[in-house]
Design a binder for this molecule. Structure first.
Ligand SMILES: [Zn+2]
Length: 372
């Protein structure tokens, strides 16, 4: 599944007034205790929702089908009937708008149950930021496998096989195009494939695995724009299993992401007084979002703040006014972190969820690099 496209579609959800259920599940543990915990989590949230909607039959009726779908899905999951190989599940439902989306991930989500006029996408956006799409290349002298790893999952594999003519007996002249030339042609072919795949999927993470000689030969042939995106050089041995590939990709991506976060936070800290280039703190970031100037949104994974959103023009803010200062329409309370992430994605900005960074917390836990 193309998680990025899914996130963008959910961020651009056309609000119709109907409620959307967004449920995130941690299905990483399958022992009885963990299963019971998940069962109780869903039961409690459903009960709570029923209580909140008591006396508003029509409101409950509108979400009942979605609630039943989620209950059935979770029961099946706990009984091992489906998706038991995944650790994280995200469900988005709105019967009225025909939305029934199940996103499966090997990375667990913290349990969450949201009912709102819009899908809740921040945990999904975080997963996507944490595990960007990567190309993993298992390179041998005459064989190669290129894995596309998206959101921590192997999406597809392309294999390349070339025959290498055996070495001639001593004393005979080698046929032309043998040996090193053939290996060279093979690596060129792998490199060409890799470039094509990377350009198609917009990948900026490449992992190379193989003998040091194979990795070096391949790396020499990569164009600079791809070579500088090599985040790890590994030696997993011949024909690594899919699980080995996935695990090492996830580990390398996590490390690369921490390094990238550190670099971008440094950049913000260095430029924090240059109002034309960075926005720091809630007020500045909201202003930059409203003007469509956010190129990259940085938000702490611990950022939780209540705010408001205009139901008509979408203006966001911290302290809710009587009505929207821009258009006079009513405002509703909103989770400001989620709203900022949605707004940034709608405007095509990149999101960086900054994990556990003390200096960044001191800046207010939110900042943005600006477009111009
Ligand atoms: Zn407004």
């Amino acid at each position: 599944m193309d998680v990025e496209r899914e996130i963008r579609a959910l961020a651009n959800w056309p609000e119709s007034g109907h409620l959307v259920l967004s449920v995130y599940l941690d299905a990483s543990r399958t022992d009885e205790h963990a299963r019971q915990k998940l069962r109780i989590f869903i039961k409690d949230r459903v009960k709570q929702l029923e209580k909140e909607m008591a006396g508003r039959r029509s409101r409950w009726a509108a979400v009942e089908e979605d609630v039943r779908f989620i209950e059935r899905y979770v029961e099946g999951l706990l009984a091992g009937l489906h998706d038991s190989e995944y650790n994280g599940i995200a469900l988005f439902c709105c019967e009225h708008e025909g939305l029934r989306s199940v996103i499966r991930s090997r990375i667990a989500f913290p349990n969450a149950f949201h009912v709102a006029p819009r899908p809740r996408i921040r945990p999904l956006a975080h997963l996507y930021d944490e595990f960007e799409t990567a190309l993993f290349v298992d390179a041998g002298q005459s064989h190669a496998a290129i894995y596309l790893v998206a959101a921590g999952e192997i999406d597809r594999v392309v294999t390349i096989e070339n025959e290498i003519t055996p070495r001639p007996k001593p004393g005979r002249l080698p046929p032309s195009g043998r040996g090193d030339d053939q290996a060279g042609a093979h690596y060129r072919q792998v490199s060409d494939h890799l470039v094509r795949e990377a350009d198609e999927a917009g990948v900026r993470n490449v992992l190379l695995s193989g003998t040091s000689q194979a990795v070096a030969s391949l790396k020499r042939l990569l164009p600079k724009r791809l070579a500088e995106h090599v985040i790890a050089e590994l030696s997993l041995g011949k024909n690594p299993s899919r699980e080995q590939v996935r695990e090492s990709a996830v580990k390398a991506l996590r490390e690369a992401e921490r390094a990238r976060e550190e670099a971008v936070v440094r950049q913000v800290l260095e430029m924090k007084t240059q109002a034309a280039r960075v926005a720091v703190g809630v007020d500045q970031v909201l202003r930059a979002l409203a003007h469509g100037r956010v190129h990259r949104l940085l938000i702490s994974d611990r950022f939780v703040r209540a705010g408001f959103r205009c139901t008509s023009c979408g203006k966001l803010g911290e302290k809710p006014p009587e009505s929207c200062e821009l258009c006079g329409e009513p405002v509703v309370s909103t989770d400001l972190g989620e709203a900022m992430v949605v707004s940034a994605i709608q405007r095509g900005a990149d999101i960086d969820e900054i994990v556990g960074h003390a200096e960044f917390e001191e800046l207010g836990g939110v900042a943005a690099l600006l477009r111009y």
